[in-house]
Design a protein around this ligand. Structure first.
Ligand code: FES
Length: 154
């Protein structure tokens, strides 16, 4: 898997499996606006770069994605990180978010039910909506296709 090219959104990245470490921070605070309690982000497992350059994430390898509020994080060697968030029980009930702040691109971090930017303290809901500036827009959503077995991102 190392050093394979990845065409994901606007960035080309190479996945670094060794960097897939737990980055989540304990949360436990209800996401009132979402109606669910998000779980701390867990490093993705079962990630494959397809010949097309898209990224496949197996749901069976990431059981947290089976329940609403579950989320995983996938990190790439170029600094791009994405979150997969389960927002409903529907087969396509996910959001795939670019975890770069929409203000100036700084990587954001999960703090409970919020993504927070360490640079200027912008905040986003766990499903990417803008909560507080200086950023002026929601997190960028990355297109995906979902089946009952996997998500194909990109
Ligand atoms: S870069 Fe995130 S708030 Fe400025």
């Amino acid at each position: 898997m190392r050093n394979n090219e990845l065409n994901l959104s606007t960035a080309e990245a190479v996945i670094r499996e060794s960097s897939l470490t737990r980055r989540g921070i304990l949360c436990g605070i209800a996401a009132i606006s979402l109606g669910f309690i998000p779980e701390p982000a867990i490093a993705a497992k079962g990630v494959t770069i397809l010949p097309s350059g898209k990224v496949e994430v197996l749901i069976a390898s990431n059981p947290t994605l089976k329940k609403v509020g579950g989320l995983i994080q996938v990190d790439f060697t170029n600094g791009l990180s994405v979150a997969v968030v389960r927002i409903s029980t529907a087969a396509k009930g996910f959001k795939v978010l670019n975890l770069a702040c929409t203000h100036q691109g700084v990587p954001i971090k999960q703090t409970g039910n919020t993504w927070t930017c360490p640079a200027h303290n912008s905040q986003f809901s766990i499903d990417g909506k803008l909560k507080r500036g200086p950023a002026t827009s929601a997190l960028l959503e990355i297109p995906f296709k979902a089946t009952t077995k996997s998500l194909v991102i990109g």
